[in-house]
Design a protein around this ligand. Structure first.
Ligand SMILES: Cc1cc2nc3c(=O)[nH]c(=O)nc-3n(C[C@H](O)[C@H](O)[C@H](O)COP(=O)(O)OP(=O)(O)OC[C@H]3O[C@@H](n4cnc5c(N)ncnc54)[C@H](O)[C@@H]3O)c2cc1C
Length: 382
């Protein structure tokens, strides 16, 4: 190896500085590897930037997703340790708060739907219980007085993904991880086909192995050989931000109705989310999206009318055909993938980071992620 290669060679090249790439880079570097991260834009500017940051394995539970539930619960369990280490390293408050969530039915139809969600949660052994209007408003006095009932999920929590990214950047610098601002356009392959680095800004960056964490672009990324490209597609979400007084917050928990959720930040902001739109890679903020979010937020929590409107953004959730992420080795030796986290990438970052670090360092996932194996699509989709 010549001197130039020596200077730039890493153990792992991570492509994509969203929460998944950054959290995994930190886990790898903390375990002693030399890691370089490649990001075309600024770190955290993809889906991670717009996410509400709900850590809600129970409140967001849907029918037919048992594989996701066990991963989500485990990652929720890892969260306090994950943020404590980051906050200690960076001095940054990540906004992690174990607030719980109150899911509210605003009319009789919504009450029927909410009761079904509660039954599902109870069938998995969770103690979610039905609250009448008076009990619900004792917990959250700002909620619409015309509510039909509510379910309290005490285990759900919230974090500020932008603050997490800042804390991660700080912690990564401390452990010597370089983030290079460049678009990865190619994969370096060895004589036996093994992935041996990436091409970015027309330069070669050799590495012992490559982690693809490009979010919603995984399904179209030209640099990932077609035969191992996972069936990931973008699902657009618009999110509004309101500002209020941190001394008298509009709500103290995550609030959810059938059509909207409100996630409080410690500094008085309230995140209103989110639309779900199959629009390809379009990230336009629309009048219709803004109208829907604000109308439903007002229906749920009328006090939002007094809050400052701070803006709306759109992001692209990396979705897969079965709503499970794609985490693990690909058919190309030395190329590992972590994408497809859809609605739960903030929640699933700690388990993903540990699983991938285990795979790369020990040759087996550091956490149980069986249901997320990329090979499950091999016969139908690849
Ligand atoms: C509206 C909305 C609300 C959400 N709310 C929640 C929530 O409450 N809780 C939750 O857990 N999850 C939520 N999510 C989901 C979560 O945001 C995503 O699952 C998660 O952010 C995915 O992270 P990522 O790192 O895989 O992707 P991203 O954050 O999109 O990062 C991928 C990065 O890779 C870079 N990149 C791609 N290709 C290249 C290349 N060739 N070269 C260099 N760089 C490249 C991109 O620029 C980008 O920065 C939400 C998502 C949306 C859109």
């Amino acid at each position: 190896m010549n001197e130039a290669e020596n200077r730039t060679r890493s153990d792992v090249a991570v492509v994509g500085a969203g929460l998944i790439g950054l959290a995994t880079a930190l886990e790898l570097a903390t375990r002693g590897l030399k890691v370089t991260v490649f990001e075309r834009d600024t770190p955290g500017s993809g889906a991670t930037r717009v996410a509400a940051g709900m850590l809600a394995p129970i409140g967001e539970l849907e029918f037919g997703e048992p594989g996701l539930l066990s991963m989500s619960l485990r990652s929720r369990e890892l969260y306090p340790g994950f943020v404590a280490a980051l906050e200690a390293a960076s001095g940054i408050d990540t906004g992690f708060r174990e607030t719980g969530a109150l899911h509210v039915a605003l009319d009789r139809d919504e009450a029927g739907e909410l009761r079904r969600s509660m039954d599902l949660q109870q069938s998995h052994g969770f103690d979610s219980g039905w609250l009448g209007p008076i009990a619900a408003r004792e917990l959250e006095p700002g909620v619409s007085p015309s509510l039909a009932g509510a379910v309290l999920v005490e285990q759900d929590a919230v974090v500020d993904p932008r603050a997490l990214v800042e804390a991660l950047r700080f912690a990564l610098t401390e452990v010597g991880v370089e983030i290079i601002q460049a678009e990865v356009t190619g994969l370096l392959r060895g004589p036996n086909g093994r992935a041996e680095g990436v091409v970015a800004s027309q330069a070669d960056f050799p590495a012992g192995c490559v982690l693809a964490a490009p979010g919603a672009e995984a399904g179209i990324a030209g640099w990932i050989p077609e035969e191992v490209r996972p069936p990931v597609r973008p699902v657009k979400g618009q999110v509004a931000e309101l500002r209020g007084d941190p001394e008298s917050p509009a709500c103290s928990r995550i609030l959810g109705s059938e059509r909207v959720y409100l996630a409080p930040r410690p500094d008085g902001r309230l995140i209103v989310g989110a639309t779900v739109e199959e629009m390809g890679f379009d990230r336009t903020v629309t009048a219709g999206g803004a109208h829907e979010l604000l109308r439903e937020a007002y229906r749920l929590l009328p006090d939002v009318a007094e809050m400052e409107f701070a803006g709306i953004e759109a992001g692209l959730r990396p979705a897969t055909p079965d709503n499970l992420p794609v985490i693990g080795p690909t058919g190309i030796d030395g190329l590992v993938i972590a994408s497809g986290h859809y609605r739960n990438g903030i929640l699933l970052a700690p388990i993903t980071a540990r699983a991938v670090a285990g795979l790369i360092i020990d040759g087996r996932p550091g956490e149980e992620i069986g249901a997320a194996s990329p090979t499950r699509f091999k016969t139908e989709e690849l």
